[in-house]
Write a protein that binds this ligand. Sequence first.
Ligand code: ZN
Length: 334
Amino acid sequence: MLNRRTLLGAVAGVALYALSPLGAFAAEPLKVVASFSILGDMVQQIGKDHVAVTTLVGPDGDAHVYEPTPADAANIAAADVLVVNGLDFETWLPRLVAASGFNGAEVVATTGITPREFEDHDEDDHDEAADGHDDHDHDEVAADDHDQEEAGHDHHHGSNDPHAWQSLANGVIYARNIATALAKADPDNAAAYEANAAAYIASLEALDAEVKAAFAAIPAERRKVVTSHDAFGYFGAAYGIEFIAPTGLSTEAEASAADVARIIDQIKAEHITAVFVENIANTKLIDQIASETDATVGGELYSDALSGPDGPAPTYVKMFEWNADELTKALGTS
Ligand SMILES: [Zn+2]
């Protein structure tokens, strides 16, 4: 705050301060709590020094299975604004918010996006069988495992996919929702939030065009990737890539033997070489799948969380660049 006051004389003519002279003297930054690291970064990019951001599920954390702490409740209680993803991503959050006595503004970052419905694997399998796929004949374990399918499935029939941030077009909607909420909660700095958001959105749109061009250069039949859980549905839809995962939309459910066998079949039949682990998930399942096929693990994708500050994906933009680079490298080589 001190440097801003000192600078005020020098920048008195600048439109930002001229529009909102009192804002420059506001002593306290807006207290914002973000449910997970990707939202925390977006709030920081748009709020800059007008906000003090606390993130509940931090870098490399898994928000699907998070266990809140008493400190989280205290942070929420003290917050002016709470930013959440919605679409049932943070299943543990509503109870925490209710218990905290939160009295601020809650913004659901996915408001206005078109949710992607989860496609159930069972139906795919039945279709394949009806089409007379012959892959199963070649595989010694697949047939038995497929028979177990009826028993242990825990897929979320008809639920929406919460991983909407994995499309930059949706990232733009997140940024707009966050900017609107910050401006409403702190009208003195509304012009700053709007200017920061406009610059941020321009960078997301430029990156979106770059990523689209990079994947368009790869033949469509090569654009198939195996990851551990279904976190990349929006990414796949936006950039024309088929993502295949043994675990469903949440990391909470275990992959069934049938799901693993199905993916091993598919990797062999379609000669898929791009197999990735995720920063938030155990690598055991992916290692097992890779060991039973010719595929090698291509690297690590950032699905539901950023890296720490020294990692390759400390911001949403860097995360997207990293994931797109890793994927184009893996898909572009044979
Ligand atoms: Zn996830």
